[in-house]
Write a protein that binds this ligand. Structure first.
Ligand SMILES: [Zn+2]
Length: 294
């Protein structure tokens, strides 16, 4: 907050992140402009005005950008994830709903599906989230959501991960989800569940290992470690209270944090989240509450 003493400092930062090579007019491409109040850039050649917030998730906000920055700083600094109540308390927000809405908007900026696909040797497995009893594989179970886990293997252990809720563990579902999460050409290690065999038709190398044949007795230890952390986060930070239609976004938040867990620079994370928040389109609040499509 010392770095951003007022609203102008936040707007200045936002314009630097949004236009790192300097502003050029969105209409005539001229680089001659003057700045007006409240982050407005005005073209000297054609007169076109553009707000640094326009077309970003900050577009329709009535709250100060400084408060948003505070929220983002809080979000990137919580090792175990953030709940709306936690954010509301940390920022002293009067409304729980505002905290809830901001977190949902930020979660949508956390994973860029096209850019963040895994590669190399990737372990895959499914796990159930929610409910009290374990379900049968390949089928849903009451109150539970099946989550597909993909974890890169590195010499040090787990590299990056991707997570996605899936409707079942059928070949078709696993194929669709894998195409979103892992680059074709990668090697996929699984515990030998038949449905993964279809991946070989889509450019992947599938190396099934049964638990019995695995050295440690565990065919997919990396994916299992991620599943354990996921369950702890789900029960701890969110007390098991994430409704299924929003789970995908919560998983994106978990993924964002996990994939940057070794990053020592919180400032870089802050920059990254703001950069991604600028890249995605504004999200009207009513979309947050009425649909779950992504
Ligand atoms: Zn212009």
């Amino acid at each position: 907050m010392d770095m951003f003493p007022n609203e102008d400092a936040c707007l200045e930062y936002l314009s630097m992140v949004r236009w790192p090579d300097g502003y050029s007019c969105l209409r005539c491409k001229s680089q001659a402009y003057w700045k007006k109040a409240r982050g407005l850039f005005c073209c000297r050649d054609c007169g076109y005005e553009c707000s640094v917030k326009a077309g970003t998730i900050f577009q329709d906000t009535h709250k100060p950008l400084r408060l948003w920055f505070q929220a983002i700083w809080y979000v990137v600094n919580q090792k175990n994830g953030v709940s709306a109540i936690g954010l509301q308390k940390a920022l002293g927000l009067g409304s729980y709903h505002t905290a809830w809405e901001w977190l949902h908007k930020l979660r949508r900026a956390m994973v860029r599906p096209d850019r963040d696909r895994l590669s190399g040797l990737v372990e895959m497995d499914e796990t159930f989230i929610g409910g009290e009893h374990s379900g049968k594989r390949g089928r849903g179970a009451e109150g539970k959501t099946l989550v597909l886990i993909a974890a890169e293997e590195t010499p040090k252990g787990i590299g990056r991960i991707r997570l996605a809720p899936i409707v079942d563990a059928s070949g078709e579902t696993l194929k669709e989800a894998t195409l979103q999460m892992v680059k074709p050409g990668s090697i996929i290690r699984t515990d030998g569940w038949d449905a993964y065999n279809t991946l070989t038709n889509h450019g992947y190398v599938h190396t099934p290992t049964s638990h019995r044949n695995a050295e440690s007795g565990d065919a997919t230890p990396l994916a299992h470690r991620v599943a354990a952390l996921l369950k702890r986060w789900w029960l701890g930070t969110h007390q098991g209270a994430i409704s299924p239609e929003y789970l995908a976004y919560y998983l994106d938040e978990f993924t964002f944090r996990f994939n940057r867990r070794t990053s020592r620079s919180r400032g870089k994370l802050f920059y990254r989240l703001i950069q991604q928040a600028i890249e995605i389109s504004p999200i009207p609040a009513k979309i947050l509450t009425t649909t779950s499509s992504r």
